[in-house]
Design a protein around this ligand. Structure first.
Ligand SMILES: Nc1ncnc2c1ncn2[C@@H]1O[C@H](COP(=O)(O)OP(=O)(O)OP(=O)(O)O)[C@@H](O)[C@H]1O
Length: 721
């Protein structure tokens, strides 16, 4: 089975005319009075006498009520949420079609949308669970609410004044995307929810457009975390409610410049979403969800649980082409297959007999059958063969608390949520895995991965690493609450480093840089102890890095000095090494780096914030292929002596200049280099970061380039250059 897609046609608005209605639902074929239509018809815009039809799980017509939609589509999922399954509910459609009305709704009881009704159902069920278990199971509900506006993530629980220009960072954590720094609000009653939710919605970006007086300019994502705690277990599941911004045909909107910028961001993120859906449907190995923050956060291709998409449609001709495009998108989405995995309960006792986990008494948990069957599907067996990824759908991940990398999850469990551990309920794998007797959320997943081979030491190491990560995270969060504004220059540098981290996340090497980023953020806020802690966490990633060491020493000394209260804050000599090498940077290093947020001159940029780029990962040096000699080059002698670009022949210099430009269009124009190869070369150069290719020998060792091709490239260049 696939994602459940239902369509909802909104009623005509005051200014719309009856005769303009072109979207209709065919009556249901079943004689059951409760049966819903499932076929939508819309005329072919090119030939009115023809019509297109689109089949969905259900179609809600103009007169359908909020209650009807909720009772039929969402209410049945609530029990699955309490059984440990995650739930994602999307509203999709072009602007002004009723997404916000469907998700949020109006103030009156009858008008309440999916979200307040869902929360109401959740609280009712909480009471029932607590009553049925005679208080043995306690249920806690917490909320996270954020928006993605112009490709930036903002916490809706924070007032707009507290936003930073670049928004909250997002991180890839072992294949899933998390938002760092989100507030998680406990919310015990429906009344409390209404207050919090209404307040947060004031913070959402909305504006009047020609097509909608209250148009949402952002994608809003509400995550409801339900935690059920018994004396021995904790089970966490999440409901994610997503009110996407609507696509806009800017020929009709008359948007001003500001609205156009928003509109472009909305349209391009929705385009990215459509591309992801296409890629999933055509079973491509690469799903382009990195094309926008929205698709990254929705983590296409990583879902497990139940997914319901509500396609909102306007009935009138004014939306004709937009409606057809929405219908096409929804039809493709409904083909996405999801696998249904419930979140395992976690057992509460964690610390005691760790040895038992690693010991010989590890037993496999009995497999439990899948229970929910509303709209999800297990991938077929072929998809579980090694090398073939299961087809997956949507999910939302947002987490303030677990940015750290985890060991990879096996097979289906890849990309599972951060705070719960899921297991492939129907897997037939026979490997032992630790009993769930003693575990916490993360340590357990690592232990599982390590299987029986883990020793007590390695488990202890994992736990202490996890504690450190937690401390790091906590420190980051604490810092975030009282963060003073950063200068644009510094913010830009932070962003740059974030991008570098993102780029490195893919190969799992971004963690060290993440710690450096956090350290810098702390340092810039004057939180020296936290900064030091972050540097200490970063240190193992940059073994023997002198610069890092001296930064840490300087910080240690500052902290000591502050404690002693004997030495003035701008203690001289803290950065003696730096002073010697780069006197211009000294003032910033000493007095400003951690205390002030003054912009730093261009020449100093490297030394201050961006100086972290000097910390290079120790990659194994690329080996020359088979010790190949480069005698083939005319200026090989110069190569051997590492001559700089300017010291080569003009032809060689020109070639090296082109290569070092990292410009694909220039590189692919070289003789013997096609687009693919050029891309490969540039990728390799990007991996090498700032390293310049300054001789032909080095160039010949670049991936995808050999001695012969270097010569071909070189000779292919115009000699009169
Ligand atoms: N089912 C419905 N019943 C009554 N009114 C509706 C319904 N659906 C939408 N509307 C009305 O249509 C208008 C547009 O709806 P809404 O703001 O929810 O659209 P939207 O899809 O969220 O738009 P955008 O993407 O621009 O935010 C609102 O005035 C809303 O009250």
């Amino acid at each position: 089975m696939s994602v459940r897609v239902v369509a909802r046609i909104r009623p005509l608005l005051k200014q719309e005319l009856d005769k303009d209605t072109i979207v209709t639902a065919d009556p249901p074929t079943s004689t059951d009075p409760k049966a819903k239509p499932s076929l939508i018809r819309i005329p072919n815009p090119k030939k009115e006498s023809e019509s297109f039809s689109f089949q969905f799980s259900s179609v809600y017509e103009q007169n359908s009520t909020q209650q009807e939609l909720f009772d039929t589509e969402i209410a049945p999922t609530v029990k699955h949420l309490f059984n440990g399954f995650d739930l994602s509910i999307f509203a999709h459609g072009c602007t002004g079609t009723g997404k916000t009305h469907t998700m949020r709704g109006g103030k009156s009881l009858a008008d309440r949308g999916v979200i307040p009704r869902l929360l109401s159902a959740i609280y009712r069920r909480c009471k029932k669970v607590e009553k049925d278990t005679a208080g043995e199971t306690q249920v806690e509900v917490t909320l996270e609410y954020f928006e993605i506006y112009c490709d930036r993530v903002y916490d809706l629980f924070e007032p707009p004044e507290k936003r930073t220009a670049s928004g909250l960072p997002i991180r890839d954590n072992n294949g899933k995307t998390i938002v760092v720094g989100l507030k998680e609000k406990p919310c015990a009653t429906l009344k409390e929810f209404e207050q919090i939710y209404d307040q947060a919605n004031v913070n959402r970006s909305t504006s009047a457009t020609k097509l909608n007086a209250h148009s949402s300019r952002s994608h809003a994502i509400l995550c409801v975390k339900v935690t059920q705690t018994t004396e021995t277990t904790i089970q966490v599941s999440r409901a994610s409610c997503i009110d996407l911004a609507g696509s806009e045909d800017n020929r009709r909107t008359d948007n001003n410049k500001e609205r156009m910028v928003e509109s472009n961001a909305i349209n391009s993120s929705l385009f990215a979403l459509a591309n992801c859906v296409d890629a999933i449907n055509s079973k491509k190995s690469r799903i382009p969800y990195r094309e926008s923050k929205m698709t990254r956060i929705l983590s296409l291709g990583q879902n497990s649980g139940l997914t319901v998409m509500i396609l909102n449609l306007a009935p009138t001709r004014a939306y004709h082409l937009d409606t057809i495009s929405s219908l096409n998108f929804a039809s493709r989405t409904k083909k996405i297959e999801t696998c249904e995995i419930e979140n395992d309960p976690m057992l509460r006792n964690i610390a005691k007999p760790l040895g038992a986990i690693a010991g010989s008494n590890i037993t496999r948990q009995p497999l439990r059958p899948l229970t929910a069957a509303l709209n999800t599907n297990k991938p077929d067996q072929a998809q579980k063969k090694p090398g073939l990824k299961p087809v997956k759908a949507f999910s939302v991940y947002s987490d303030t608390r677990k940015p750290a990398q985890r060991a990879p999850q096996p097979s289906q469990n890849q990309g599972l949520r951060r705070d719960v551990n899921k297991r492939p309920a129907d897997t037939s794998a026979t490997t032992n895995r630790p009993s769930k007797m003693y575990k916490s959320a993360d340590t357990t997943s690592r232990m599982r991965n390590a299987g029986v081979a883990m020793t007590k030491e390695s488990i202890d190491a994992l736990i202490s690493q996890r504690i450190e990560e937690k401390l790091a995270e906590k420190a980051l969060q604490d810092a975030g609450t009282a963060a003073p504004a950063l200068s644009a220059e510094l913010q830009k540098r932070l962003d740059d480093l974030e991008h570098r981290i993102d780029a490195k996340d893919d190969d799992g090497k971004g963690q060290g840089l993440q710690f450096l980023l956090m350290a810098k953020q702390h340092a810039m806020r004057g939180e020296e102890s936290s900064a030091l802690r972050m540097y200490q966490l970063a240190e193992p990633f940059f073994p023997g890095n002198q610069k890092l060491r001296s930064k840490m020493e300087a910080l240690e000394e500052r902290i000591r000095n502050k404690k002693d209260l004997t030495v003035p804050t701008a203690a001289s000599g803290l950065h003696r090494t730096t002073e010697k090498r780069k006197p211009a940077a000294a003032a910033y290093q000493d007095a400003s780096e951690d205390e002030d947020f003054a912009p730093v001159a261009e020449s100093e940029a490297e030394e201050s914030y961006a100086s972290d780029s000097s910390f290079k990962y120790r990659k194994p040096a690329r080996k020359a292929r088979g010790g190949r000699k480069v005698a083939i080059f005319r200026d090989s002698d110069a190569c051997e002596s590492k001559a700089k670009v300017g010291e080569h022949t003009p032809r060689t210099s020109h070639l090296l200049r082109i290569i070092n430009s990292r410009d694909i269009s220039q590189i692919k124009a070289l003789k013997g280099v096609g687009s693919k190869r050029a891309e490969g070369i540039v990728n390799c150069l990007v991996e090498m970061e700032d390293v310049e290719i300054d001789d032909l020998a080095t160039l010949s060792r670049v991936k995808g380039v050999g001695g012969k091709s270097v010569e071909t490239m070189r000779l292919g260049l115009d000699v009169c250059i």
